[in-house]
Design a protein around this ligand. Structure first.
Ligand code: HDL
Ligand code: ZN
Length: 409
């Protein structure tokens, strides 16, 4: 390999390597309307909803929230794409999707874009998006307690093997004992205390639903205040007495997504969550005390990223993943990826898309591949300056380590 080409080869390899996307909010097309796709869903993604109110502070939250989605999309398009250039990451993403699908972004003709999407059928469109984005498979976020989702699993459906199940625990465990009432309604004999039978029945819920959805891991998003040990905390008690033991029995990871402050502005609904600095010592203590359980960890605060890398150096059962949510922006993906490669080598999962709308797989991975490729290419160029010139095979091997999801299988 000509060492002057090394960067180019790395970037090209990252650009074309098939991705296993380990955290998304997409759904198997057999799950019907749960799978969001198309221009009006892209434009009304909660990231853009938050941004449109910055362009229109005169607009009452409730007025906008009560509109039909196409009307909301019209306002977002007009305010963030026509009256202003779509420079934010979420706005730019819509442009990347349209361009990648071969639509003329120069026309800025929302009507034409709508006509294109209305001509698509979901099954073919899933193939088109997976092909364009270079996706091998995606991990879903499945909540049996969601009234729109639970009944689909009870009824059963022919699964698309590319959409893997993940049992999401927030509805059951966060703000306990709210989850107790939901569990009771599902036939689990729990009570609001954390008695032995409650723990036993919660484990039954976890096992029965991990079986039903073939969950590859269990996931939960947690507030920055989450602590372990913490004998006062219901969440901590439920995690260590129910979730961790079931993860161990099933040999599946627990994914903790820490640092979200829910609904700081309730009027923004899904767009109303904010960020807080979490406690890295807590995940170190969990990894230490439960050394035979694998913890996937991501945090929402930029300030936590370096300490999380250091923590992962201390515990082989801790796997940092992704540039989550408010961190999934070019400047921060660049910084975080460099930090992880320098501290963890190839032993991390550099990115997940968090796609909530199917088509977002295209832009979230196009943007991330570009940055991760540049940062990774720099590392191979550094090595080449010292005479260590990686071969194409070595580069392909390494890039697959980062993107094929084997580290959580
Ligand atoms: O909790 C999560 O999984 C987060 O990703 C939230 O769903 C958040 O609203 C989101 O979509 N972030 O990208
Ligand atoms: Zn998510």
């Amino acid at each position: 390999m000509d060492k002057s080409k090394i960067r180019e080869v790395v970037e090209e390899t990252v650009r074309r390597t098939a991705i296993t996307d380990i955290h998304t909010h997409t759904f198997d097309p057999a799950m019907g309307g749960l799978l969001l796709w198309g221009i009006d869903e892209l434009l009304t993604y909660h990231y853009l909803v938050a941004e449109v109110f910055r362009a229109r502070p005169d607009m009452a939250y409730s007025d906008f929230m009560s509109m039909a989605k196409p009307a909301q999309a019209d306002i977002i398009w007009d305010e963030l794409f026509v009256k202003r250039s779509p420079v934010s990451e979420a706005c730019r993403g819509v442009v990347t999707v349209l361009h990648s699908l071969g639509l003329d972004t120069g026309s800025r003709d929302l009507r034409a874009y709508r006509a294109y999407f209305s001509g698509q059928n979901v099954r073919d469109y899933v193939e088109r998006v997976f092909e364009t984005a270079g996706i091998r498979k995606v991990y879903m976020t499945n909540d049996p307690m969601d009234p729109a989702e639970g009944p689909l699993w009870e009824k059963g459906f022919d699964r698309d093997s590319r959409f893997l199940g993940v049992l999401r625990l927030d509805s059951a465990l966060i703000n306990w004992p709210e989850g107790a009432a939901r569990l009771q309604r599902m036939g689990y004999r729990v009570d609001s205390s954390l008695s032995g039978s409650t723990i036993k029945e919660l484990r039954r819920y976890l096992n029965e639903w991990c079986d039903k959805i073939d969950a590859r891991y269990m996931a939960i998003s947690m507030p920055p205040e989450f602590r372990y040990p913490d004998v006062e905390s219901s969440l901590t008690t439920l995690m260590i007495k129910a979730v961790v033991p079931v993860a161990r029995e099933r040999n599946i990871p627990v994914a903790m997504m820490i640092g979200v402050r829910k609904l700081v502005n309730p009027e923004l609904t899904l767009a109303g969550d904010s960020v807080g600095c979490a406690d890295v010592a807590t995940v170190e203590a969990l990894a230490r005390d439960f050394g035979d359980v694998r913890f996937m960890v991501t945090m929402l605060a930029r300030e936590n990223m370096h300490a999380l890398c250091v923590a992962a150096r201390k515990f082989k059962n801790m796997l940092p993943f992704g540039c989550w949510w408010f961190l999934n922006n070019p400047s921060l993906v660049r910084e975080i990826t460099a930090m992880r490669l320098e501290l963890l080598g190839l032993s991390c999962i550099p990115q997940h898309s968090d796609s909530r709308v199917l088509d977002q797989l295209i832009y979230k991975w196009t943007h991330s591949r570009q940055i991760i490729g540049e940062v990774l290419g720099g590392k191979y160029a550094d090595l080449a300056r010292s005479g260590w010139v990686a071969s194409r095979q070595e580069i392909e091997r390494d890039v697959n380590l980062l993107f094929d999801g084997r580290s959580i299988e």
